[in-house]
Design a protein around this ligand. Sequence first.
Ligand code: NOJ
Length: 552
Amino acid sequence: MTEPWWKRAVVYQIWPRSFADSDGDGIGDLKGIEQRLDYLAGLGVDVLWLSPFYPSPQDDYGYDVSDYTDVDPMFGTLADFDALLAAVHDRGMRMIVDVVLNHTSDRHPWFVESRSSPDNPKRDWYWWRREPNNWRSFFSEPAWTRDERTGEYYLHLFAASQPDLNWENPQVRQALYAMLRWWLDRGVDGFRMDVINMISKDPALPDGWVPPGETLGHGFPHFLYGPKIHDYLQEMHREVFAGRDSTYLVVGEMPGAQVEQAVKYTDPARGEVDMVFQFDHVGLDYGPGGKYDVAPFDLRALKASFGHWQTGLAEVGWNSLYWDNHDQPRIVSRWGDDSDAWRVASAKALATLLHLHRGTPYVYQGDELAMTNYPFTSLDQVVDIEGVNFVREARAKGHTDDAILAGIRAHGRDNARTPMQWDAGGQAGFTTGTPWLPVNPNHTTVNAADQVDDPDSVFAHYQRLIRLRHEEPVVALGDFTMLLDDHPQVYAFTRLLDDVEMLVMVNVSSSDASAPLDDADVWSGADVVLGEPYRPTMAPWEQRVLRRAVDG
Ligand code: NOJ
C-alpha cells in the first residue's frame, strides 16, 4: 500500500486575523494571505491550515461561526477564497480549512430558530433542558445559560454565544456533512476539526465531579469520549470522504484524548480521522489550579509524554506534532529561552526536536521566525474571551492582579495572536493601519525580512528541517526510539528505516550538559546532518543530528 501524502508533509497554520492585512483596516484578510504565498512556498511547507474565516460575531475570534459557507466581510469574499485556493494550488501546496462542528454562534440561523420556541423544528438541534446540570464551561463560566424567551437552559461547553449542536439529531449531522462536502467540492484538501472529540455527549448529561472549594463540576467524562464518538466519525467519513478520488488530510483537535483512543481514531481501517491533536504535552506545565497556574517544566516529563505517543501510534495510526498554535503560548518563550542571548539557538533546537519525531509537524505562523510571547504589563491588555473570563473569575476569588498577570504572561492565548512580524517597520509590515492587537515591540529584531536570506536564521533552519523530511525517508517514516529517558537537559532519540539510522540530540537548556551515549562508538564516525560530530558534552541549546548506515 502506498503511504498517504500527508505522512511526508509539513503543515503551516495561518490564523487569518493576524497574518497579513491587505486593506489597512488593521485585521488580516484572505488577500493578505495570497500576497504572502511566495514566502510560504519559500519556507517549503506542503499544506496551509486556515483557522476560521467564516461570518462570525468574533466573540471567540471566528470559532463562533454564524454561516459555515461564506467568508466574513472582514476577511474578504468567497471569490477571494477561490483565488487564494487556486494560488496555493498553483504553487504546489494544499490548503485545509478549520471547521467547527461541535457548536455554532448563537447568531447562526439554526440557533436563532432553535431558541425561538420549544416547538420549533430546530429546537432539538441544540441541547435544551428545563434544569441545567453542574458543568463548567472551558471559559470559566457555567456551561448552561438560561434563555429568557422560554425559561429553558441551553448547553455551551465554551462561551454562552457558542451553543453546542446536538449530534444525536440526524438532521444536524446531515446538515454538517453537506457543508463539508460543499467545501470539498470547492477544492479544499481537507479539514482541521475543532474539538471534534466533544460531539458525542452522554445524553443523560450527568453532573460532574466538583473540586473542593468550587461550585461547578467537570463534565469531561461525559463528553470527551462520548458513547457515539466513533459512530459519528465513521458516519462522517462515509458520508463526506468515501468514494472521492483525492486523498484528504483530516486532523481532529481532541483535548483529553488518550493514546489508546487515538489508535482507534487514526486507524486507517476504521475510517475516522487521519491524525489527532492531543494535549498531553501542552499541559505539562500546568499546576493544580489549571492552565493559568504555572508549574515548572521538566524535560523528563516531556520525554515520557512524547515517547508514550510515539510508541502508542508506532504500529497503527499516526501522530501530529506541534509546539503551539493560536491557543498556546509561543514555544520559544515557554520551553525555550527568549533572551537575546539564546532566542535564536533555542528556537532552532526546539524546532529540530519536534520536527525529527515521527508524525506530521505543524508550524504555527511566526514560529519559523522565533516570535515570542507578548510582554504584557497590565490585565487591561487581555482581549481573548478565555483570558478575560479567567481574569474576572480569579479576581472574584481574591487572587492578586500580579499573580493573575503572571499566569496570563505565561499561558494567555493573546501571546500567539499578535500580528505576524514581516519587517522592522512601524506595524511590523502587518498593516498600514492600526493593528487590532499591538505588534510585539521586538519586531524590530525578530522579523521575516531580516531572516529569509540569512542562512543562519531560524527561518533557514526551518527550511532545512522541512527539506530533510522531504528528502530523508527515515525522517518521515522511520521507527522511533527514545534515549537518555532520565536526563534532565538532553533530549535524544534515534530513528531507523531499513539501513539508515539517525541520531538526534538536543540540549534543551541554557547551560552546558554532559550526555554520553552508551553506544558512543558507533556514532563517532557518523555523517553529520546538522550541528557537530558526536561528543559527550553539549553547549547550551546545541543540537546534533547524525546519520549512519546499519545492516538493513
Ligand atoms: C479550540 C480552538 O482552537 C479554540 O481557539 C476555541 O476557542 C475552541 N476550540 C472553541 O471553538
